[in-house]
Design a protein around this ligand. Structure first.
Ligand SMILES: NC(=O)c1ccc[n+]([C@@H]2O[C@H](COP(=O)([O-])OP(=O)(O)OC[C@H]3O[C@@H](n4cnc5c(N)ncnc54)[C@H](O)[C@@H]3O)[C@@H](O)[C@H]2O)c1
Length: 381
């Protein structure tokens, strides 16, 4: 678990009154699982599907990192969907990515329908190496699958003192502004940059109002969704997560200026699927529905060495981030955050608890997988 164990918690950079975390914990029927146990469990499940350990380790790193940060939508929540893909051979979990073309600062890769996290890690590692050598590295890939959260890759660059960017297209679930039908994916973007003393800016967001995973989490918890997230079968806003998941028609980011969300999603296609010659827009198969078709997703990864431009990048970024954090909030109960703070606070909370909090719906799913694969159950705290 080298990746997430090297995350650094920058608690002193978060305003002292900041108490909001993505999960509050301590609720009835919730359990706390140490990171190492979840990681072991995921690797054990994948080994029952004959996935090589070096691949399942990277995959588990990505899932655990997501739950650790409180991004529950992209952690264990997705394990069953990935297992289904591997079982149904929609994904070849043991495939290695191959480099198609390469020069000093760019490369194009074919993921060969392998695990998204393995392909993404392969590409970002090359982009980082090229950024070290030339100041900038960009690597794009086709033939990939769902790769988890974008920040899993951009934070790799940050840990090396570099700016990281990651783009991916996804199955079409976004109804572009002004349309009735879906055409684009949730197409998330992450840009992360290093500041001083281990602090960083970590922007990571879907270009729809929310990710599909967030709606799944509301469905798991039987909670209504805001009317600005998804549409029903008649194209009207819905607050029912069941209806939203059935119809899979998400609204673009931006509320009454949702043409900007549509624009971001198109930019993402440009820097992932279109540049990498992957499936794009409405041509991507729907995940979990026609899942035996390969997804052929495209991703783009960029690493930039800011020190190769002009000195003082980290200092200036720290100055700006801390200025914003210490601005007087409009509502004193809600201090200002910068992107990445909520996830850092969640990691700190998880460390204090000695593990990640899982809700009863997660626990039920874990129990089901334990029986299905006959693996050692997770030892909760
Ligand atoms: N691989 C895929 O197909 C896929 C698709 C969609 C989303 N995702 C992932 O899902 C995750 C969640 O996406 P999302 O759009 O729901 O993210 P989100 O809305 O939870 O957060 C978006 C960004 O806003 C920041 N943020 C949150 N609260 C803030 C506040 N109060 N002030 C300032 N900044 C704040 C977060 O740190 C984050 O950088 C991301 O990690 C994304 O990569 C992946």
């Amino acid at each position: 678990m080298k990746n997430h164990l090297s995350f650094k918690i920058i608690s002193q950079e978060i305003p002292k009154i900041f108490r909001r975390t993505k999960c509050d914990g301590g609720k009835k029927n919730e359990k706390v699982a140490p990171l190492s146990e979840i990681h072991r469990f995921v690797v054990d499940c994948l080994s029952c599907l004959n996935v090589a350990k070096e691949k399942s380790t990277v995959f588990a790193d990505s899932l655990v990192a997501s739950d650790y940060k409180g991004v529950y939508s992209h952690g264990l929540n997705r394990l069953e969907a990935y297992i289904k893909d591997i079982r149904e051979k929609a994904c070849d979990a043991n495939a290695d990515p191959t480099i198609l073309t390469e020069c000093a600062s760019i490369a194009a890769v074919c993921g060969n329908n392998g695990l998204g996290a393995v392909i993404g890690t392969f590409c970002m590692d090359i982009a980082i190496k090229k950024a070290r050598e030339t100041g900038i590295g960009m690597v794009v890939t086709n033939g990939s699958n769902h790769f988890g959260t974008n920040m899993f890759y951009t934070e790799k660059a940050v840990r090396q003192g570099l700016i990281g960017m990651a783009f991916t297209n996804t199955s079409p679930v976004m109804v572009p502004a002004g349309a009735k039908q879906v055409c684009l994916g949730t197409n998330p973007i992450s840009i992360a940059a290093p500041a001083e003393c281990g602090d960083s800016l970590v922007v990571d967001m879907a270009t729809t109002a929310v990710s599909v995973g967030k709606i799944e989490m509301h469905r798991r918890k039987k909670q209504k969704i805001p009317p600005t997230w998804a549409l029903d079968e008649h194209g009207k806003p819905t607050t029912d997560p069941e209806v939203a998941m059935k119809n899979r028609r998400l609204m673009p980011l931006g509320g009454d200026v949702s043409y900007k969300g549509t624009a971001f999603a198109l930019m993402t296609e440009c820097l992932s699927s279109i540049i990498a010659d992957a499936a794009y827009g409405p041509n991507v198969r729907l995940w979990g529905i026609k899942s035996t078709e390969p997804a052929n997703l495209g991703h783009g990864f960029i690493a930039i060495d800011p020190d190769k431009f002009l000195p003082g990048f980290k200092k200036r970024l720290s100055d700006l981030l801390n200025f914003i954090r210490h601005m007087e909030p409009a509502d004193p109960k809600h201090p200002l955050l910068i992107p990445g703070d909520a996830e850092r606070a969640n990691m700190k909370r998880t460390d204090q608890l000695g593990g990640i909090i899982y809700t009863p719906s997660h626990l039920k799913m874990l129990e089901k997988l334990t029986k299905q694969f006959n693996v050692k159950p997770i030892q909760f705290k």
